[in-house]
Design a protein around this ligand. Sequence first.
Ligand SMILES: *[C@@H]1O[C@H](CO)[C@@H](O)[C@H](O)[C@H]1NC(C)=O
Ligand SMILES: *[C@@H]1O[C@H](CO)[C@@H](O)[C@H](O)[C@H]1NC(C)=O
Length: 603
Amino acid sequence: MPERLTETLMDTWAPLVILWITVLPSMYMAPVNDSQVVPSGSNRRLLDISEEQKVLNRSKRGWVWNQMFVLEEFSGPEPILVGRLHTDLDPGSSKIKYILSGDGAGTIFVINDKTGDIHAMKRLDREEKAEYTLTAQAVDRDTNKPLEPPSEFIIKVQDINDNAPEFVEGPYHATVPEMSVVGTYVTKVTATDADDPVYGNSAKLVYSILEGQPYFSVEPHTAIIKTALSNMDREAKEEYFVVIQAKDMGGHMGGLSGTTTVTITLTDVNDNPPKFAQSLYHFSVLEDIAIGDPIGRVKANDLDIGENGKSFYDIIEGDGMDIFEITSDSQTQEGILRLRKPLDYETKKSYTLKIEATNVHIDQRFISVGPFKDTATIKIVVEDADEPPIFSSPDYLLEVHENAAIDSVIGQVTARDPDVTSSAIRFSIDRNTDLERQFNINTQDGRITLATPLDRETSTWHNITIVATEDRNPSQISRVPVAIKVLDVNDNAPELASGDQAYLCENGKLGTVIHTMRAIDKDDPKNGHHFVYNLPLELSNNSNFTIQKKKDNTLDIVTKRGGFSRQKQEVYLLPIIISDSGNPPMSSTSTLTIKILRTLAWE
Ligand SMILES: *[C@@H]1O[C@H](CO)[C@@H](O)[C@H](O)[C@H]1NC(C)=O
Ligand SMILES: *[C@@H]1O[C@H](CO)[C@@H](O)[C@H](O)[C@H]1NC(C)=O
């Protein structure tokens, strides 16, 4: 069925012919079997049909039978004739009527139903609508019967250069590293042209640079912007203003043009070394400054910015390399000199250091410019500070016998003022550490004396704090701990440890150990206690009891006979003299009570 239709159309199109008229010479052609077509427009050139025929004969391939062309933007005094419909069936008797339908039929395109002339009634804009599809028909004027099948054709709006190139993405901003070689790519700009890109040169653009030479160039066809000068230095000029023009008609005279601006910023590279603001810095510092405290700041300036302007600082020489250090302030890029070890004005009054600043990030390409570092000298003067007294020892341990006499000297502390203008020092006891005021101190020479008696058995340690104050400046104070140990003297007699009662059964035999007793002594002799036990002289030969000292310092009470009787005597009192081994020895008499217990009958 489609094949048959095609056949039918092929058979029948021939009689209905479209004539084509234009104002410009064109490669497009239309079939014309008529000799001439008269345009209705006045200022327009009539197409030389015979010429067209020649062209047609040369190249049949380019010929499209069902196209008409109309030039855009045409505005003459009268409607422009686009073309003419013609059928061979027209006997010329005005019996034929041409009908036009489709895009813009009756409004934009109007047909003369007698002659078949098609006129464009309006000014057309290709960039708005490039082609119109219409249908032509030939009918019998009386019967309205189609004389042949309808025929579709296209009216193409032909381009004229009525649009200038435009940079829709502009204005542009671009960056390129300073010191780039000639021809380094910077950026690419793009202009667009609304005109027909395939017909003529109306949209053929050529780029040129209007402003920005001799620093930059633009490639005429690609619009790539490149550097045109070597060694452009950011530190000398950072920003460039470039104007690029795009011109259509291949850049030729009469073309339309548009421009855009490109702001090009040179980015930094490390092409500048750091440089100290001064070659010699003087600082003075008090000797009592704390470790880590800043002493002064130095600055190595760098024309570069960001990472390229950063330096680290070092002490590379000098007589205080271990005493000082230099660090970098990441905010200000300064070097901060700090103390690492204590200063002492009395020992060393000045230092000289050689410092160095080195760029953190070095660009090997510019290494030939020179070393990316600089050195400077720092002179430090140490100033005397009023320092508090210094004790001869960080702490003291003193010993005193508990029976020492009031006012006897226990020991001595000493202190000195380290300052050059040495001040006299006064000593005192921090009374919070000696609430009972057991000690005194000589304010001049630091001798500590006893104020009240001591008892080791009450308190072995008296840990007090001595204060040294400078006479000249009483705010200069130092404190030192003094531990006073109370040494033992034999001032306590031994006595019975526990229980002074013993029990003996009536039938107890001779030699029975009826009790073992232990002595105690509050004193604390170095070699431990050695007790001596004795019965009073008058009892030493009594016939009832005796005592036996044992190696472990204890004492056994032993019967000397049997046959103790409760009836005869219920209780015996046995005084025992206990002596310690002190020098002189101390002794006491403790009386042991011995009770006789009844023996049960069955025993
Ligand atoms: C006193 O000082 C000595 C020595 O430092 C120490 O052994 C002792 O425990 C101290 N005593 C008191 C009560 O702080
Ligand atoms: C020993 O025992 C006897 C008999 O009970 C008594 O008379 C005498 O006084 C006792 N001796 C002493 C020293 O207690």
